[in-house]
Design a protein around this ligand. Structure first.
Ligand SMILES: [Zn+2]
Length: 108
């Protein structure tokens, strides 16, 4: 976060100096610098709010052994799931769609 503040401050200071050198006047340049700083800070905060750290995978002891087969209804790819955090896991995705479980009922 501190690094972001420095980058924003550097960008704002550079812009303010450039505006003053271009003849916009001190007050106009300072007002623009403050507005620029606010907009950049709010933007960085919003982007930071979107970033979620990936949760750590559970230890191997907590994984359930499963033997589930899924098929992609679009391209026909089949995959077998052998371990999952729960007994009835979410189906994996392929071709941007949820895969369909094709495990025979006897194997469940
Ligand atoms: Zn597919």
């Amino acid at each position: 976060m501190i690094r972001n503040h420095r980058v924003i401050a550097a960008v704002v200071a550079t812009g303010a100096i450039a505006a003053m050198l271009a003849g916009f006047g001190v007050i106009k340049s300072l007002v623009a610098a403050v507005a620029c700083w606010l907009i950049l800070r709010i933007g960085v905060l919003m982007l930071g709010g979107l970033a979620r750290p990936v949760p750590a995978p559970p230890p191997t002891g907590e994984m359930r052994r499963v033997k589930l087969t899924y098929r992609c209804e679009i391209c026909g790819t089949e995959v077998r799931m052998t371990a999952a955090p729960e007994q009835d896991p979410e189906p994996p995705r392929h071709c941007q769609e949820d895969m369909v479980m094709v495990t025979p009922v006897d194997d469940l």
